[in-house]
Design a protein around this ligand. Structure first.
Ligand code: AP5
Ligand code: MG
Ligand code: ZN
Length: 215
């Protein structure tokens, strides 16, 4: 299964990707997660990426294209992968096409999660993430059993630096300008599957699975 999860910030890409990796035993490739790990480690790439991320802007194409090209060549991608948050520009989508072509692979589907803007802001301001294992929560829509603690590993739940309201607005603007053209891009290639991302987390997952099983 070779999938892209496309959607604005807060659409549920990470939430759905984590459920799909368990189901199909294929890796989630989140450029956001890879970049945040590089920032945390203070690598040269992380140092470069941080200012863009804090501003809610996109990290330059050549940086993320390089990350994904390398990642897709790893052995664990042999049976498939779920790209979460990549591609985000037409240049990234074109580069992905070339990379997959050179590896002799084709995409199965591009899942587009559609969510209203007001709901996105509420989802992002209430999002919490486990510092240890990365499991995502929401204070209202997907709360942990004990406030501030991860159900899975007991780790501390933290808020992402870019989940402040003004940065969220900027990220949404950037999505509309630079990423939303990919909806037409993949629709023209007959790969786009639109899913109503306003439904409950488990219902969204069921809809994605129903589509993948029917395909
Ligand atoms: P990235 O980490 O990819 O962030 P994003 O695209 O802004 O998306 P999010 O992770 O915020 O949202 P999500 O769709 O994963 O939602 P989630 O499942 O967490 O990128 C961060 C930054 O890195 C970018 O701004 C950029 O600077 C850089 N970057 C990354 N990739 C790049 C690229 N390719 N090119 C250039 N720069 C790049 O859900 C959100 C919340 O809602 C959670 O709390 C969840 O519990 C809740 N929720 C989920 N689904 C539902 C539901 N159905 N109902 C109710 N609540 C729900
Ligand atoms: Mg995410
Ligand atoms: Zn945890």
């Amino acid at each position: 299964m070779k999938l892209i999860l496309l959607g604005p910030p807060g659409a549920g890409k990470g939430t759905q990707a984590k459920m799909l990796t368990e189901r199909f035993d294929i890796p989630q490739i989140s450029t956001g997660d890879i970049l945040r790990a590089a920032v945390k480690e203070g690598t040269p790439m992380g140092v470069k990426a941080k200012s863009f991320m804090d501003a809610g802007a996109l990290v330059p194409d050549e940086v993320v294209i390089g990350i994904v090209r390398e990642r897709l060549q790893k052995e664990d991608c042999a049976a498939g992968f779920i790209l979460d948050g990549f591609p985000r520009t037409v240049a990234q989508a074109d580069a992905l096409k070339d990379t997959l072509h050179s590896l002799g692979k084709d995409l199965d589907a591009v899942i587009s999660l559609e969510v209203d803007t007001e709901a996105l802001v509420e989802r992002l301001t209430g999002r919490r993430t486990c510092r240890e294992c990365g499991r995502g929560y929401h204070v209202k829509f997907d709360p942990p059993r004990e406030a501030g603690r991860c159900d899975v590993c007991g780790g501390e739940l933290i808020q992402r630096d870019d989940d402040r309201e003004e940065t969220i607005r900027k990220r949404l603007e950037v999505y509309h300008e630079q990423t939303s053209p990919l909806i037409a891009y993949y629709s023209n290639q007959a790969l786009l599957v639109s899913i109503d991302g306003m439904l409950e987390i488990s219902t969204v997952q069921e809809k994605i699975l129903a589509h993948l099983q029917a395909a």
